[in-house]
Design a binder for this molecule. Structure first.
Ligand SMILES: NC(=O)c1ccc[n+]([C@@H]2O[C@H](COP(=O)([O-])OP(=O)(O)OC[C@H]3O[C@@H](n4cnc5c(N)ncnc54)[C@H](OP(=O)(O)O)[C@@H]3O)[C@@H](O)[C@H]2O)c1
Length: 311
């Protein structure tokens, strides 16, 4: 208890701004508040930060004002377009005139966008690194995610003291901006395909009039289990698609990956197919569900729904 109080006092004088208070930005804010940091928030849609404000976070009206108050600003927004707006738009972060400012961009974006943003931010006299995250909001609140970092080594070292508060491990991939974003897209492609593969197996089992929970129990007792089959699997078979990572954002990531692959000359057949499946699911209205709602789509293709789960 004594050391926890010490932590709260130690960090209270480090001002951290968080731009983007969606699922991930809010989880980061919760964790940092709990660790004793003074947390400033900016979100385009104000009401998303209401709970955090009640817990002691301070709402700021523009990114540029946040940049004046904070030496570290974490960005957690949808895509490169949003990051550019936050950094360079009207009242953007780079207009803050605080040369002590360091930007930590945790958003999953196109590497080319990261490189563009890093060059321009540095040209304007501020520091920036990329630190995309592996792990969802629940893991973030427990300090249990993986941060993948690229950018200037010294700046990355400085940011470690912030990232370590919500990350169990930090991988530093070197000075070259954008590298972390390539790796992050590859990691997300793996998840997108595992979700499809698990969903097809569940459809097969249900079509065979076999209990999917027994299937999952056996899978999760083998070497072939995944975090997805263990954590999300039991929810998927109960049609619980409460979002932890929106399907629309998974679609966004596969689109980014396929765009990157095209630029790099990589031929990724299953990734192209996966993009189509997630797009169909989005067009069916599943964008705001968890990405594991890809199972819901495959169930429908097979005339399996809640009432005839085992036919
Ligand atoms: N959820 C996960 O498990 C997870 C894990 C790792 C990485 N990520 C990545 O982390 C980032 C945030 O994810 P999330 O799950 O928190 O997504 P989310 O809940 O959809 O939140 C997206 C955030 O981006 C903001 N935003 C979007 N467009 C904007 C714009 N043009 N200008 C300003 N703000 C804009 C949204 O503001 P409004 O509220 O105003 O719309 C919202 O705060 C994404 O890049 C995602 O791919 C997510």
């Amino acid at each position: 208890m004594k050391s926890y109080k010490f932590l709260l006092i130690k960090y209270y004088f480090v001002n951290i701004g968080i731009i983007g208070n969606g699922l991930m930005g809010s989880a980061i804010a919760h964790r940092l508040l709990e660790r004793g940091f003074k947390v400033y928030l900016y979100n385009r849609t104000k009401k998303k930060s209401n709970t955090l404000v009640k817990r002691g976070a301070i709402r700021i009206v523009h990114p540029s004002i946040m940049g004046k108050k904070c030496n570290f600003v974490i960005i957690s927004v949808t895509d490169g377009h949003a990051v550019k707006e936050i950094l360079f738009g009207d009242n953007g972060l780079v207009n803050c005139h605080n040369k002590q400012l360091t930007v930590i961009d945790t958003s999953t974006v196109l590497p080319e966008d990261s490189i563009y943003c890093a060059e321009l931010v540095k040209k304007k006299g501020y520091e920036i690194i990329q630190a995309p995250i592996m792990g969802g909001p629940d893991a973030t609140r427990k300090g249990d995610v993986i941060s993948i970092v690229s950018g200037n080594r010294k700046v990355s070292e400085k940011c470690r003291k912030i990232l370590i508060n919500f990350s169990k491990k930090i991988f530093y991939l070197g000075n070259q901006d954008g590298v972390a974003n390539y790796v992050k897209l590859g990691l997300n492609l793996n998840i997108a395909l595992i979700a499809i593969s698990l969903s097809e197996a569940l459809v097969f089992v249900k079509k065979s009039n076999t209990d999917p929970s027994i299937f999952l129990e056996i899978l999760n007792s083998t070497y072939f289990k995944t975090g997805l089959s263990e954590i999300k699997g039991p929810k998927m078979i109960k049609d619980n698609f409460t979002p932890k990572f929106y399907l629309k954002n998974m679609l966004k990531d596969i689109q980014l990956l396929n765009q990157c692959a095209k630029n790099n000359g990589a031929s990724l057949t299953f990734s192209s197919l996966a993009e189509q499946f997630y797009r169909i699911a989005a067009n069916r209205g599943y964008s705001e569900l968890d990405y594991t709602a890809i199972l819901k789509l495959l169930n429908e293709f097979n005339n399996l729904n809640r009432s005839n789960k085992m036919n």
